[in-house]
Design a protein around this ligand. Structure first.
Ligand SMILES: Cc1cc2nc3c(=O)[nH]c(=O)nc-3n(C[C@H](O)[C@H](O)[C@H](O)COP(=O)(O)O)c2cc1C
Length: 189
């Protein structure tokens, strides 16, 4: 059992990273091998629109660090995806990643859309925001859930952290930490 976490925050020790690490700790408790990837460490452009993936679903023709992440996503059993809210949306790093995930969408048969991310993966979604209103960016979370539930074909555990004060807010919140560990255990079960 391999569990991958993808951090869309440029902060390696911020709230999103903390929640993802706790998810991975929970998964490790269940015996999973875990790995945390910080998108900000990767040399990765946004989608170049070459549309080669329309002919070869599941592959991306643009050769940069996304290639390694693509293979890790295919080969793991569960994925935890996390992003802070930046300017009413996801971070630029995370949007770049989402656009590259277009290669997992096969629409070669007219009018149909099929995920080619190898099946059976459990997914979790983590967001973090300064706004105290947990519903303020509900439309962003719904948009992410639409994409990720299409890709995974299963229901998705969601953690929305709101009202953060600084990068340590998550690690100071014992109930949030416990919730993240529980999500990790469930990803690895
Ligand atoms: C450039 C930038 C834009 C932000 N925009 C928003 C926003 O629109 N709404 C909000 O609630 N918080 C916003 N925030 C606050 C972050 O979402 C918040 O600090 C979050 O906890 C950061 O997560 P991290 O510690 O994982 O990086 C913004 C922060 C930055 C740096």
């Amino acid at each position: 059992m391999k569990v991958l976490a993808v951090n869309g925050s440029p902060r390696k020790n911020g709230n999103t990273a903390t929640m993802l690490r706790e998810i991975l700790s929970g998964a490790a408790e269940k015996g999973a091998k875990t790995r945390l990837v910080h998108l900000n460490d990767l040399t990765m452009k946004g989608c170049q629109g070459c549309l080669t993936c329309r002919e070869k679903p599941g592959e991306c023709a643009h050769k940069d660090d996304f290639q390694g992440l693509l293979e890790e996503m295919k080969n793991c059993d569960a994925i935890a995806l996390g992003t802070p809210i930046y300017v009413f949306s996801v971070t630029g790093q995370f949007k770049c990643f989402l656009d590259r995930c277009y290669c997992f969408i096969d629409n070669s048969e007219e009018g149909t859309y099929r995920s080619v991310l190898p099946g059976g993966k459990k997914l979790a979604l983590v967001t973090s925001q300064g706004n105290e209103d947990s519903q303020a960016y509900r439309h962003i979370i719904d948009y992410l859930l639409l994409l990720f539930s299409f890709l995974s074909g299963s229901s998705i555990e969601v953690i929305t952290q709101s009202g953060t004060e600084d990068k340590d807010s998550a690690r100071k919140d014992a109930s949030l930490v416990e919730r993240a560990r529980a999500v990790g255990r469930s990803l690895a079960s």
